[in-house]
Design a protein around this ligand. Structure first.
Ligand SMILES: [Zn+2]
Length: 418
């Protein structure tokens, strides 16, 4: 704990110094009009098996457009992937064992930013004078100082949150740290966006479902729609009133829906006709809704913006042959006793790959990345390279040079140290 505490203090001090030292960085990087704009849109548990048919049927037009205008493919994730592990790897390009966030719970306590032992991307960008804005990125609670703003996401603690279990406090219900940096911005967001839910809703308990499946499913899905609507309002407010060089927004409800409403068949593990015949379209509907969110975000961006759409992992129905007792599948991290029928923490992460879609001024067009060319470690180094920032030694990934046509004159790709 002492090491972790020191790490956080050192990191916070570094950021403060960095923000003050903006004037010391090269003129080219200082010039606002020549700085690249990068927007990262994260989706928890985007599953290619579900989105491919939607793309074919024209039901995800905005994602299809991004694919046509960019590069796309699977992304190799971690072993037994989950959101806090993978999003911290996105941010630090280090393994969970190195960066300190090894799961939802670390040492009996919900994962939080005080445990972070490696510098995240947004801290490094801040040190180089890049303005940074984040909203709803998992495992960013309590928020840390950046050269811009941060609104926390999954694993924010508050009313009704047990250790490690996902919950959905409203902005005013957060306990144990600031959900917004700078803290003074919380009142502005509450006034203009509302007292929004910070994360997606926790899944219903088995006891809440039994005998009243239809009613519970409908009510829960209604709240999911409200949460997504609030998120879009938040994202659009931030893009309009707080534009930043680097922006990252994350959606979590897709994964949450998939865990217990994946459209499984009677031959799948955990099939319950009382539940799994009710809303077989609920999970695909999440991706159609995400596509609408994507469209709203893209309306704020021009063709010179680099857009990365990334997912930490996919999600698949349970497999009986890997674990014999259904009770082992209960997702205690996600919602307690919810009858889970799909998951992503398979030991072989290649069974549930993430997604990687990128488009921008000098990114190749309509190119599929075959196999596992991209890994979750490569996101941060590639973004740093767009700003001409050297890749820190801590980073295990590489710059994805192959996705670019050629280095654009205003966005030099510097060689990595590795
Ligand atoms: Zn999940």
């Amino acid at each position: 704990m002492i090491t972790q505490f020191r790490a956080k203090r050192a990191f916070t001090a570094t950021v403060s110094v960095a923000v003050l030292s903006c004037l010391c960085i090269p003129a080219r990087a200082q010039s606002p009009q020549r700085r690249p704009r990068v927007v990262v849109i994260g989706v928890n548990g985007m599953e290619w098996d579900i989105i491919r048919p939607l793309l074919v049927k024209g039901e995800m037009p905005n994602l299809a457009g991004a694919i046509q205008r960019g590069v796309y493919g699977k992304m190799r994730t971690l072993s037994s992937p989950n959101c806090p592990k993978v999003y911290t790897t996105f941010a630090t390009s280090t393994a969970p064992e190195e960066n300190g966030i090894t799961g939802f719970v670390v040492g009996g306590v919900s994962a939080n930013t005080a445990m972070l032992k490696r510098e995240p991307l947004w801290s490094i960008l801040s040190q180089h004078g890049i303005t940074v804005g984040l909203a709803n990125v998992p495992a960013t609670f309590p928020t840390l100082p950046v050269n811009g703003y941060m609104v926390s996401g999954m694993l924010t603690r508050g009313k009704g949150c047990e250790n490690g279990i996902l919950c959905s406090p409203r902005l005013s219900e957060v306990i144990g740290g600031d959900p917004v940096y700078p803290a003074t911005m919380a009142a502005e967001l509450k006034a203009n966006v509302g007292d929004f839910w910070i994360d997606c809703a926790r899944m219903p308990l088995a006891s809440e479902l039994k005998g009243k499946e239809a009613q519970t499913v409908e009510e829960w899905l209604k709240q999911i729609s409200e949460i997504r609507a609030q998120q879009v309002t938040l994202f659009e407010y931030l893009l309009t009133h707080h534009p930043t060089d680097f922006t990252m927004f994350v959606q979590s409800c897709e994964d949450r829906v998939g865990h217990w409403l994946y459209p499984i068949q009677p031959y799948n593990v955990g099939y319950n006709p009382n539940l799994h015949t009710l809303r077989v379209d609920a999970f695909p509907a999440q991706y159609r809704a995400f596509d609408q969110v994507l469209g709203r975000i893209l309306q704020h961006l021009d063709s010179n913006t680099y857009v990365f759409i990334i997912s930490d992992h996919g999600i698949k129905p349970l497999r009986e042959f890997e674990e014999s007792r259904l009770s082992r599948y209960m997702a205690h991290d996600h919602g307690g006793t919810t009858p889970v029928i799909a998951k992503h923490d398979f030991e072989d992460g290649d069974d549930v790959p993430g997604s990687f879609i990128a488009m921008g001024p000098n990114i190749k067009k309509d190119v599929r990345l075959m196999g596992f060319a991209v890994t979750v470690f490569d996101v941060a180094p590639t973004i740093l390279s767009l700003y001409g920032i050297p890749i820190p030694n801590q980073m295990r990934g590489r710059v994805l040079k192959e996705i670019f046509e050629e280095p654009a004159p205003t966005t030099p790709l510097r060689p990595t140290k590795k």
